[in-house]
Design a protein around this ligand. Structure first.
Ligand code: UN1
Length: 510
């Protein structure tokens, strides 16, 4: 199915302008960076990019603001984030418009992304009163040992096009309550969303009487990111994107003994066991694989189905794929919007031809849509591909809606297949057998940072820590105790006796 006609680029430009105006952002002007929309693939606005000097000045300003912010009581820092959350609530619809216009998300998922921002603000406000350290039993009489958490410094946030607002908020809301200041280098593909988020935070800082430079936005290309990566004044670089990007960022930050938090590629799989409730599993699989047009880092990319039910599962998925409404993401009936660019479509088609050359068989989808109506856009049918084995193409992440279907006979084999990829972000098992579920969640089961039962791989809540192992980079963001990555701990030994007692029984009396 292809849903109704596409909006024109002029309509989208007017809608973006209106959303920015409601938020309070002046329509930007410049020539070195282009806001465009994947809905038509066309240009919206010209923008100005940050220079190297702008980047250095932003780090200086953020560093200066840090010196005040770090001693502002954490619950007061929380007031800034509470105000940001209120502004996000008030402008939820405007922000979602920008996310749809720039990232191509369907309305419901764009609103969901803004909701995720509101949720992390709420979480961070609570956290601002819970940055707990521990008291540790000392081996010495009259001594106390304590663990104290202090702000870290300037945090550089590098984010990707696919969650142009939420990933920034996970990092920023937590970093701000932790007493850090933030410099944001967003994707070049989503500058308008970034301007809107930055402006709302600036409004919140004014209203909460916080230093303006607790946050700085730098629109620009890779050179801006590289400068942040190499600047020793940036204490933590939190980068979301491809494994290739992480392989460059990680060692460069480590070379100056900076910290990095990496959220890189995923190659997420779900095991479908013979006892699975298919009425639950099939729609969960379709959302995880085709939702966001396959452009989440948590997108389901591999389905490992028990041989006895493989034909039934494939038949039901094929039927569901045939019903997927593809087209204008502003149309409420659409479930699959465009890919971010024709380059992404080319990469998808290249992967499909490689996997077919390796014996893969396309079971459903894969055709291009709306090419006549919008030749510069990239609408595609999500595709199901049956593969006999996990070839090198299957083991790569292609950022597009391709779901590979593999079969298994024993759970042991399924888990081995599951873990036999370089990435380790998200995973799930569909089963009604508790023993199978527990084995999958155990130390000998999924090797991912996220492991689920009877729910797909994508769409995690903010309360849990988010991130993955192996080529996914090892970082944890968002909930649980991910905040500790944004702070430094100090161990304090306090002697409240009048005697000098040395640890480990050492005696040293002159
Ligand atoms: C991403 O794709 O970079 O779990 C983040 C999810 C979302 C976040 C995805 N909450 O799918």
């Amino acid at each position: 199915m292809t849903s109704s006609a596409l909006p024109s680029t002029d309509d989208l430009r007017a809608r973006a302008r209106a959303a920015l105006k409601n938020i309070g952002v002046d329509v930007p002007e410049g020539n070195d960076l282009h806001a465009r929309t994947p809905l038509t693939g066309e240009h919206l606005f010209g923008l100005t990019a940050a220079t190297g000097a702008d980047t250095d000045e932003a780090v200086t300003a953020a560093r200066t603001a840090f010196l005040t912010w770090r001693t502002t009581p954490a619950p007061r820092r929380g007031e800034l984030v509470r105000r940001l959350g209120e502004l996000l609530r008030a402008h939820k619809s405007d922000l979602a418009d920008l996310v749809t216009i720039e990232a191509g998300k369907i309305r419901s998922e764009a609103l969901g992304e803004i909701q995720e921002m509101i949720d992390i603000c709420d979480f961070a406000v609570g956290l601002s009163r819970q940055l707990y350290g521990r008291t540790i039993a000392s081996e010495r009489p009259g001594h106390r040992l304590a663990e104290t958490w202090h702000p870290l410094g300037v945090v550089g946030v590098i984010s990707a096009f696919n969650f142009p607002a939420a990933v920034w908020s996970w990092n920023t809301a937590i970093a701000l309550v932790c007493g850090d200041t933030v410099i944001w280098k967003p994707s070049e593909l989503t500058p308008l969303t970034s301007l809107a988020c930055d402006h709302l935070l600036a409004r919140a800082t004014d209203e909460a009487d916080a230093p303006r430079d607790v946050h700085r936005l730098l629109l620009g290309d890779r050179a801006v990111g590289e400068r942040l990566v190499d600047d020793p004044r940036v204490a933590l670089v939190s980068a979301t994107g491809s494994t290739r990007m992480g392989r460059e960022v990680g060692p460069r930050v480590a070379a100056r003994f900076g910290r990095s938090l990496l959220e890189l590629g995923g190659n997420n799989a779900a095991i479908v066991a013979p006892s699975a409730d298919l009425d639950l599993a099939v729609p969960a699989i379709v959302f995880a694989a085709a939702g966001t047009a396959g452009q989440r880092c948590t997108t389901l990319r591999r389905l490992i189905v028990h041989r006895d039910i493989a034909d039934t599962v494939v038949e039901r998925l094929t039927a569901a794929y045939a019903r997927l409404p593809i087209g204008d993401p502003f149309d409420d009936t659409t479930l699959v919007g465009p890919l971010i660019s024709t380059g992404a479509l080319d990469a998808m088609q290249h992967t499909l031809s490689r996997v077919q050359a390796q014996g893969g068989r396309v079971l459903a989808g894969g055709g291009r849509r709306l090419a006549e109506a919008a030749p510069a856009a990239a609408y595609t049918e999500p595709v199901l591909v049956r593969v006999g084995e996990q070839t090198d193409v299957v083991r790569e992440e292609t950022f597009a809606p391709i779901l590979y279907v593999l079969t298994y006979d024993t759970l042991e084999e399924a888990i081995a297949l599951h873990n036999d990829v370089p990435q380790g972000l998200s995973s799930s098992i569909f089963t009604r057998d508790q023993q199978e579920a527990e084995i999958f969640l155990s130390a000998a089961g999924s090797d991912c940072g996220i492991a689920n039962v009877n729910i797909g791989t994508s769409g995690a809540e903010i309360g849990g820590a988010f991130g993955g192992e192996k080529d996914t980079g090892g970082g944890r963001e968002s909930g649980s105790d991910a905040w500790k990555a944004y702070m430094r701990s100090a161990t304090n030994t306090i002697n409240y006796s009048s005697a000098l007692t040395l640890a480990q029984g050492v005696s040293f009396t002159a």
